[in-house]
Design a protein around this ligand. Structure first.
Ligand code: GDP
Length: 350
C-alpha cells in the first residue's frame, strides 16, 4: 500500500451508530463532497464496511443501533488487531447515552484484540452547539467514558476526544491528529520541516496528504487555524487547476509541458480515490510520475507567498513565505530538493 517503507500503513477503523455522520465524514474527507450535500446521502443498512485508500488505509464499519452486535464484532476484532486507531463517531446533537454504551463495549473488544490501539472519540456535529454547549458535551462525554473504563479497571487505554464538524476544518484537524500519532517518523519529519523553514525564510510549512488534506506533519512554529485553512484551500485550487489541464490529453511526450501526467494520480478530487470510480483502466491510483509533480505559487493580497510542491507518495509540501523571500526562491527550491531527498530516504529506511 501507501505506507512507509516496510512498515504497514497506518490503519484506521471508524465506527458509530447510524446517522452519526460516518458516511458524511468519509465523503467530505476523501471525495471532496460539499458538506451540505451529505444531507442526501442514503442511509446504509448496517453493518457495512467500505475501504478508502489514501496516504492511510482506512476502513469504515457501521454498526447497528442495537447493543447486540456480536456478529459484526467478530469481524471487527480481526480488524482491530492490525489497526492503529479506532475512531468512534458520536452525534453530539442527539441523545448520546446509547452511543456511549455502544462505545464502551467496542472499546472492551478493541483493547482486548489490540491493547495499544488508540481510541479516538469524535464528538461530532458540534456546529449545531454553542461554544458553551460544546465544552459541556466534551466534559460530560469524557467523564462518562473514562469513569466506565476505570470501573472496569482499564487504566492504560489510550483515548482522546475531539470536537468535530464537517462544516468547518475541525474534521481535518482531528483526522490529522489521529494520523500523526500513527506515524513513527513524525519527529524526524518535524525536524526536517524545522530545518527547511530556518534555512529558507519560510514562516510555516506543512506536509499534506493531497487526497484527504490531512496534514501529516508541520514545523514547530505555532499553528493557527486560518493559516491551515488557507493551505487546504490552496491544495484544492492547485488540484483543480491541474485537472483543468489534465483534460487536454496530448500524446506527445516531448512537448514542453505535459501536465496531463497527473490526471490519474491519487490526488484527483473527483471520485478518484480508493474505491471510487476511476476513469482509468486500473482501479488503483497510479504512482506519481517522476519529475512531474503538481505545484504552484501564489501571492496573497497581504504579500504572503503560498508555495506548493508535490513530494513523494501523494504528499505535498505547502509553505507560507513573506514576499522578501521571493528573490531567494532559487535557494528555497534548492533546499526543498534536499527536503524531498530526505523524505525519500525516510521512506526507504521505513
Ligand atoms: P452515518 O449513518 O453514520 O454514515 O451518518 P450519515 O453520514 O448518513 O449522516 C447522517 C446525517 O448527519 C446526514 O444528514 C448528514 O448531513 C448529517 N451530518 C453529518 N455530519 C454532520 C456535521 O458535522 N454537522 C451536522 N450538522 N450534520 C452532519
Amino acid at each position: 500500500g501507501h505506507g512507509f517503507g516496510a512498515n504497514p500503513s497506518p490503519r484506521i477503523v471508524m465506527m458509530g451508530l447510524r446517522r452519526g455522520g460516518k458516511s458524511s465524514i468519509c465523503q467530505v474527507m476523501f471525495h471532496n463532497m460539499q458538506p451540505l450535500d451529505t444531507l442526501y446521502i442514503e442511509s446504509t443498512t448496517a453493518p457495512t464496511t467500505s475501504v478508502f485508500s489514501s496516504f492511510i488505509d482506512f476502513a469504515v464499519m457501521e454498526l447497528p443501533g442495537q447493543i447486540n452486535f456480536t456478529d459484526a464484532m467478530i469481524d471487527a476484532e480481526r480488524i482491530f488487531s492490525s489497526c492503529g486507531a479506532l475512531i468512534y463517531v458520536i452525534d453530539s446533537q442527539d441523545e448520546y447515552i446509547n452511543a456511549l454504551a455502544n462505545l464502551h463495549s467496542i472499546i472492551i473488544h478493541a483493547v482486548n484484540a489490540n491493547p495499544t490501539i488508540n481510541i479516538e472519540v469524535f464528538i461530532h456535529k458540534v456546529d449545531g452547539l454553542s461554544e458553551d454547549f460544546r465544552l459541556d458535551a466534551q466534559r460530560d462525554i469524557t467523564q462518562r467514558v473514562t469513569d466506565e473504563l476505570l470501573d472496569d479497571g482499564l487504566v492504560n487505554v489510550s483515548i482522546s476526544f475531539h470536537l468535530t464538524s464537517i462544516f468547518d476544518h475541525s474534521i481535518y484537524e482531528a483526522f490529522s491528529r489521529v494520523v500523526q500519532k500513527l506515524i513513527p517518523q513524525l519527529a524526524t519529519l518535524e525536524n526536517l520541516l524545522n530545518v527547511l523553514c530556518q534555512h529558507s525564510g519560510i514562516d510555516k510549512a506543512f506536509l499534506f496528504d493531497i487526497g484527504s488534506k490531512i496534514f501529516v506533519a508541520t514545523d514547530s512554529s505555532p499553528l493557527d487555524i486560518p493559516t491551515y485553512e488557507i493551505c487546504t484551500d490552496f491544495i484544492d485550487i492547485t488540484v483543480d487547476m491541474n485537472n483543468l489541464y489534465a483534460v487536454d490529453r496530448r500524446p506527445k511526450s516531448g512537448s514542453r509541458t505535459d501536465p496531463n501526467a497527473n490526471s490519474n494520480n491519487n490526488n484527483n478530487n473527483n471520485h478518484n480515490n480508493g474505491i471510487a470510480v476511476n476513469q482509468n483502466t486500473t482501479d488503483r491510483p497510479e504512482p506519481i510520475p517522476p519529475g512531474r509533480p503538481i505545484g504552484s505559487t501564489s501571492r496573497l493580497s497581504n504579500g504572503v507567498i503560498l508555495y506548493l510542491q508535490q513530494m513523494v507518495k501523494g504528499l505535498a509540501l505547502v509553505c507560507l513565505m513573506r514576499k522578501e523571500s521571493m528573490p531567494k526562491i532559487a535557494l528555497v527550491e534548492y533546499n526543498i530538493e534536499f527536503f524531498r531527498d530526505a523524505l525519500e530516504q525516510l521512506w526507504l529506511i521505513g
